[in-house]
Design a protein around this ligand. Structure first.
Ligand code: IPE
Ligand code: IPE
Ligand code: MG
Length: 240
């Protein structure tokens, strides 16, 4: 793969939306107050995508590790996801957004899973912006589930072990219809990936910013994308 030239656009941006709890804490409010404020930022960022040349946006909403939080926070988040889908569905449809969910649905409340399925079906004719919401998502969990399905195909004689390539494994991942992210942004000052898109981000650029997610605006987003345009991606080759 040749090195990409500078001035490039990020076609696929993935965001680890972190810092809701600290944002609320700084205001003396419960963590859920921060999650509600965080959810309100999502629409602004989704709506900024077309103008910024971002066709795919993938956001980390709940990780496979987030079950470790208190039951009241987890329940509050699950309620928030349900309400978010109900409230935003029409607007997403009208704005040409195609919504997909990645992550393991088996552990989620069936009522929430139904809303997720319905939103995917409702928006599947859209092609303007592809919004992927990672919910009960973990990179290791995703690769594990993919490997299990792949192993099943081998056991059933449908797949020859010699033919298994990186391409093959990619086809079993939740993200099989998406390009790899060009850029991964994490808010809130933490510089780690917390199990997000481990396989897919092999050659992504990273941007860690101190802003807490409920304070993240389209202007921050535009600035980050602008600086992404100046980066040189080499993919292991020699720069130009
Ligand atoms: C990110 O904000 C949202 C989720 C993980 C659901 P946090 O809730 O992690 O906020 P901090 O990191 O505690 O501030
Ligand atoms: C990552 O944030 C998960 C989401 C943003 C949904 P966390 O707040 O859960 O990550 P850690 O625990 O700080 O690594
Ligand atoms: Mg956090």
């Amino acid at each position: 793969m040749p090195a990409a030239k500078t001035g490039q656009r990020a076609e696929h941006v993935a965001i680890i939306m972190d810092g809701n709890g600290r944002w609320a804490q700084a205001r003396g409010r419960p963590r859920l107050f921060g999650h509600h404020a965080g959810a309100r930022r999502v629409s602004e960022i989704v709506e900024a995508c077309p103008e910024l040349g971002v066709r795919y946006l993938t956001i980390f909403a709940f990780s496979t590790e987030n079950w470790r939080r208190t039951q009241s926070e987890v329940t509050g988040l699950m309620t928030l996801f349900r309400r978010y889908i109900l409230k935003e569905a029409q607007r997403l449809l009208d704005r040409g957004v195609r919504v997909r969910f990645i992550g393991d649905r088996d552990r989620l409340d069936p009522k929430l899973v139904r809303l997720m399925d319905d939103l995917e079906v409702l928006t599947r004719g859209n092609d303007h912006v592809h919004l992927t919401i990672a919910l009960n998502y973990g990179g290791r969990d995703e690769v594990t589930r993919a490997t299990r399905r792949l192993a099943r195909e081998v056991a059933e004689g449908k797949l020859n072990p010699e033919d298994v390539s990186a391409e093959t494994l990619s086809r079993f991942l939740d993200t099989h219809t998406l390009p790899d992210p060009d850029l991964v942004i994490r808010t809130s000052g933490e510089a780690r990936i917390s199990n997000f898109l481990l396989w897919q981000s092999a050659y992504s650029e990273y941007e860690f910013i101190d802003t807490l997610w409920p304070d993240f605006t389209a202007a921050h987003f535009a600035r980050i994308l602008d600086s992404f345009g100046k980066r040189e991606r080499r993919y292991g080759a020699v720069g130009g």
